[in-house]
Design a protein around this ligand. Structure first.
Ligand code: SAH
Length: 292
C-alpha cells in the first residue's frame, strides 16, 4: 500500500486480501501488559526504553527498530512517523501469534502515534501499553489485535455488522475495529477521555464509529444486539447486561480478574445460553461502574 492509500477514510477493501505474515509454529501464549503500572506513569516524561509490559517474544525474533531513529517523514500532526516502524510492529504482532490477515492489515493502516500525546508518539510502535492520562492506557498492540481476531473468528466467516467496545480510552482500538466491522459503537466513562478520543478520531474522518459517554457496564440497549463486544478494561465478571446485548452467535471478548487476569471468550448460543472459554493471561486497567 502506498502512503497515500493508508490515509483515512479507508475503504474496507484497502485492508483486506493481504496475506498474513503469521507463522503458526512460533505462537506464544500469554502476553501480560502492565497496564495499571503504565497508566500510572507521568506521561510527560518518556516511557522506559525497555517497554515495561512488552510481550515476551520468541527467542528467534528480532528486536523491534526504535521508532525515533527510523522515522522517515513528518506527518500532518508534526509527529515523526514511519510506515516501516508500523509494519515492524505488525510483523511482531504476527510473530506473537495473530494470524488474521484482515486484523493485521487494519493494525497496519491505523496510525497509532496519532492517538498519543506528542511526547510519547515516538514510542507509539513499541509493544506496550502507554499512558493516555487519567490513570488509563492505550492498550498494547498485540492484545488489541488478538481480541479482535478472537471476535472475528465467528460462524459468519468474520463478518461483523455491529460491534461494541467498552472503554474507548484514546480511541485507538475503535479505529482498528472500524476497519473490520460495519458499525462500531464505543463507550467511555471518563468525560475528558471521551473527548480526547473524539479529537483523535476527527482528523481520520472515520464514518462508521459512534462514541458514547457513559457507563459501559450497561452497554447500549438502544442499539443492541451486537455481533461482537470487546471490553478494554477488566472486571471480576462480565456484566449480564452485555451478555444480553449479544446476537445469538455473537462473541464477547473480555479480560476478567483483578491481579491475575485472563482473557475470556463468551459466545451466545441461544436466547438463554452462553458458553465461556478461558484463553490467555492478560493485564488491563480495571472496569469501573458509573461515570466521571
Ligand atoms: N480501547 C483503548 C484502551 C483504553 S483503556 C485503546 O484503544 O487503547 C480502558 C478504558 O476503559 C479506560 O479509558 C477506562 O476509563 C475505560 N473504562 C473502565 N470502565 C469503564 C466502563 N464501565 N465504561 C466505559 N469505559 C470504562
Amino acid at each position: 500500500m502506498t502512503d497515500k492509500a493508508k490515509r483515512f477514510p479507508l475503504t474496507l477493501s484497502s485492508v483486506v486480501d493481504q496475506k498474513s505474515k503469521a507463522d503458526h509454529s512460533k505462537r506464544v501464549i500469554a502476553t501480560p501488559q502492565t497496564a495499571t503500572k503504565n497508566a500510572a506513569w507521568d506521561s510527560s516524561r518518556p516511557a522506559p526504553r525497555t517497554a515495561a509490559g512488552a510481550a515476551p517474544t520468541p527467542p528467534a525474533s528480532k528486536p523491534m527498530a526504535r521508532p525515533a531513529q527510523t522515522a522517515s517523514h513528518v506527518d500532518r500532526s508534526g509527529s515523526m512517523v514511519s510506515d516501516g516502524v508500523r509494519k515492524a510492529m505488525v510483523d511482531r504482532v504476527a510473530r506473537q501469534g495473530v494470524n488474521d490477515a484482515k486484523v493485521l492489515a487494519a493494525m497496519e493502516a491505523v496510525p497509532r502515534h496519532m492517538f498519543m500525546e506528542p511526547g510519547l508518539s515516538s514510542q507509539a510502535y513499541i509493544d506496550a501499553s502507554l499512558p493516555i492520562g487519567h490513570h488509563q492506557t492505550i492498550s498494547q498492540p498485540y492484545i488489541v489485535a488478538r481480541m479482535i481476531e478472537i471476535m472475528r473468528d465467528n460462524q459468519q466467516g468474520g463478518v461483523l455488522n455491529r460491534v461494541l467496545e467498552i472503554g474507548t480510552g484514546c480511541g485507538y482500538q475503535a479505529a482498528v475495529l472500524s476497519l473490520v466491522a460495519k458499525e462500531v459503537y464505543s463507550i467511555e466513562r471518563i468525560k475528558p477521555l471521551h473527548e480526547l478520543a473524539r479529537s483523535n478520531l476527527r482528523p481520520l474522518r472515520i464514518a462508521n464509529i459512534r462514541l458514547h459517554y457513559g457507563d459501559g457496564m450497561l452497554g447500549l440497549p438502544q442499539v443492541a444486539p451486537f455481533d461482537g463486544i470487546i471490553l478494554a478494561a477488566a472486571g471480576l465478571e462480565v456484566p449480564q447486561a452485555l451478555l444480553d446485548q449479544l446476537t445469538i452467535g455473537g462473541r464477547l471478548v473480555a479480560p476478567v480478574g483483578s491481579r491475575h487476569q485472563v482473557l475470556q471468550l463468551i459466545q451466545r448460543t441461544s436466547k438463554f445460553d452462553w458458553t465461556s472459554t478461558t484463553l490467555e493471561d492478560c493485564h488491563f486497567v480495571p472496569l469501573r461502574a458509573g461515570t466521571v
